[in-house]
Design a protein around this ligand. Sequence first.
Ligand code: PRP
Ligand code: URA
Length: 208
Amino acid sequence: MKNLIIIDHPLVKRDLTILRNKKTPSHQFRAILQQTASLMAYEVSRDFQTKEISIQTPLEKTKGVIVEQQIVLVPILRAGLGLVGGFVDVMPNARVGHIGLFRDEETLKPVDYYFKVPRNLDKALVLLLDPMLATGGSAVAAISYLKKRGACNIRMVNLVAAPEGVKTVHKAHPDVTMYTCALDRELNNRGYILPGLGDAGDRMFGTE
Ligand code: PRP
Ligand code: URA
């Protein structure tokens, strides 16, 4: 799969197993999703440039580094909200935008209802957050919107992706690198990922 990086760390695989389990209650689902997001953030930031600085320890002078990369996190509502906390834990200077989209249950096409993103997206690395990449319709729409608002450096971050979604995003936006913890088998006839974890938004918020 082109432009796809799979984060297959043992701790991520362990967390994903808990998230996939239908017996996992909402409160635990939210906590584990946030923890997994921090683990994903390490992988997504692996190639960030650092700048050397001088500091003084309590004993002597030494060199350290800072990360100057501007980051904008953009969760796709609702389920993307579950990834934000884990990312800001390790990227505390990140700014946060929001894109509201839901899939029409019949057509599976995305319906948009909210957009609010920070200024100067062109200077930032934009991390688009959504646990699920299924048909790819929501991701393609969100990326198109971000590009219209000036974003030119976008990474898509998903917990679980379907091959159909990865292909669709790559075809529409070949410049976007996708990160996922699992590339699942396929979509069912209602557009759900198999084996997947069900409806991520409903599982997070208990709205089934
Ligand atoms: C889910 C998920 C993605 C989308 C993926 O959101 O969080 O945004 O579906 O499907 P796609 O790749 O086929 O577009 P949903 O529409 O269920 O909204 P919700 O997060 O508000 O529950
Ligand atoms: N959205 C979800 O929340 N889960 C899926 O399996 C597909 C789309």
